[in-house]
Design a binder for this molecule. Structure first.
Ligand code: 3HC
Length: 294
């Protein structure tokens, strides 16, 4: 059941086949989550190399689990057998729900939602894992805003338990309940959040990460800040370790949205965050971010 809510939610729509759009870190993790829970997953990316990257990400995670004695080669083959990659969005015509996890860019997402509206079968749920863009606008880009909802996973998606579920004033109660039931079915904990930039977690988390960068700009050592937070607050990672997991490009996009929506002077993206993105130092995924992974 979703945290803080009443009776266990029920699936009001049959969900057998899940579509995922995107091939980045979040998309790859989300594909893994659904396939691990037994769903057939159709995932769509912009090239065969990107599709292969998703399989590579999942294979690496499963190999690590197998090496720890969790799961077998047979489980891995069965899971990978539930995946179908495609470079064509038309492949999503038969899925019961789509979760999109493409770049955090409103124009790209609006264009995608117009396509999903054209391609997906009637009644399919159109979910987004945007972390800061208005879901109401994505719904309005379709002729079926009642089927549009936010399903915000956290990185790394196979590990992090929380999913924020964001309805708009147009989202139907059945779609909301189905997504809450689906979230529980894939082993996650759902919380309902309002359609504001950052929802709950990112609205609290990213200003803190941004402040950590500003603290470092003032001369404090990155490693000292990371260690201080880990030692006192019980966080598994310090702010710079976490920024490198999330990706500086993603963090900058989120911080810009928070600044645009709330206008708090302190929300202005730290200069070093902007500079890291310009330098292509995006975090673990490029081998270097605030820390070096080479
Ligand atoms: N994919 C899949 N599994 C992973 C993984 C990954 N990328 N990274 C780690 N794991 C698994 C490991 O295999 C291990 O599994 P096991 O317990 O079954 O053996 C487990 O996670 C723990 O991993 P480790 O022991 O290697 O390392 P840690 O104990 O340091 O855990 C961590 C790694 C789970 C990433 C932990 O450091 C953590 O929780 N960090 C904070 C992450 C966080 O706060 N994320 C939210 C970011 S905000 C966000 O995502 C917003 C979005 O909008 C961008």
């Amino acid at each position: 059941a979703a945290a803080g809510e009443g009776a266990a939610p029920q699936l009001k729509h049959d969900i057998a086949k899940v579509g995922v759009v995107g091939t980045g870190t979040m998309a790859s993790g989300i594909v893994q989550v659904f396939a691990q829970a037994g769903y057939e997953v159709v995932y769509v990316g912009r090239g065969q190399d990107k599709l292969d990257g998703v399989v590579g990400y999942i294979t690496k995670n499963l190999d690590r689990a197998i090496a720890k004695g969790k799961g077998t080669e047979g489980d891995k083959d069965a899971l990978l057998g539930r995946l179908t990659g495609s470079t064509e969005r038309e492949a999503l015509g038969g899925v019961d729900i789509v979760v999109e996890a493409i770049a955090e860019d409103l124009e790209l997402k609006l264009e995608l939602f117009r396509d999903l509206d054209r391609i997906c079968k009637p009644g399919a749920i159109l979910a987004t894992t945007t972390s800061s863009l208005p879901i109401t606008k994505l719904g309005e880009a379709t002729g079926r805003p009642q089927d549009v909802i936010g399903m915000h996973f956290f990185n790394p998606a196979p590990v992090m338990k929380l999913v924020e579920i964001i309805t708009t004033s147009a989202t139907s109660a059945d779609v909301d309940e189905t997504v809450r039931a689906l979230t529980a079915n894939v082993g996650k904990v759902g919380v309902s959040a309002g359609d504001r930039a950052g929802f709950i977690v990112n609205l609290l988390l990213f200003p803190y990460l941004n402040d950590a960068i500003k603290l470092a700009e003032g001369g404090e050592e990155l490693a000292t800040i990371d260690a201080a937070i880990k030692e006192t607050a019980g966080f598994p990672m310090g702010p710079f370790e976490l920024l490198d997991v999330v990706g500086n490009d993603v963090s900058l996009a989120i911080q810009k949205e928070l600044y645009a929506e709330f206008g708090e002077p302190g929300f202005e993206p730290a200069a070093t965050l902007v500079a890291k993105v310009e330098a292509g130092e995006l975090g673990r995924k490029t081998g270097k971010g605030f820390h070096d992974y080479s």
